[in-house]
Design a protein around this ligand. Structure first.
Ligand code: HEM
Length: 116
């Protein structure tokens, strides 16, 4: 099961690269890559949290407050990215929404690494 967990961590890191890289490469527009990265973070993050809390054999003791904060931020990232992308497709430019999604994704990287 540890391999499955590690695989989810890899996917989580690739999703992080997609959302942050997609932001930096395409701003001020929300790219398709950024939207998929934001979706991936929600799904892989929830899988990681579920496995870490549910399986004693993994030996993890996840901080539920930290995970709750990451979840709220990730929902905001996905929301801004989805709406920003839909607007971009209709030719409407809402730059602040791109920056909100990208900025909050970077905040979540900081939370992930610095919150101990
Ligand atoms: C934009 C959204 C997100 C970003 C950018 C992000 C980023 C990261 C990064 C960079 C790491 C690696 C940290 C390290 O190894 O020190 C990480 C780990 C982790 N994340 Fe996220 N995350 C996001 C959303 C979420 C969500 C929604 C959850 C679950 C509620 C979550 C749960 C976890 C867990 C459990 C780990 C630990 C993996 C391990 O065992 O090392 N993440 N995240």
């Amino acid at each position: 099961m540890e391999f499955v967990y590690d695989l989810a961590v890899v996917t989580h890191l690739l999703g992080m690269a997609a959302v942050v890289g997609g932001y930096v490469a395409a701003r001020p527009v929300v790219s398709e890559l950024m939207v998929w990265g934001a979706r991936a973070q929600l799904i892989t993050g929830l899988i990681l949290a579920g496995l870490a809390s549910g399986l004693d054999s993994l030996g993890k003791e996840p901080d539920t407050t930290k995970l709750a904060v990451k979840l709220v931020i990730a929902i905001a990232v996905a929301g801004f990215a989805e709406v920003g992308r839909a607007d971009a497709k209709r030719g409407k430019k809402v730059d602040w929404m791109t920056d909100a999604a990208g900025g909050l994704a970077i905040v979540n990287v900081l939370v992930a690494v610095l919150w101990n």
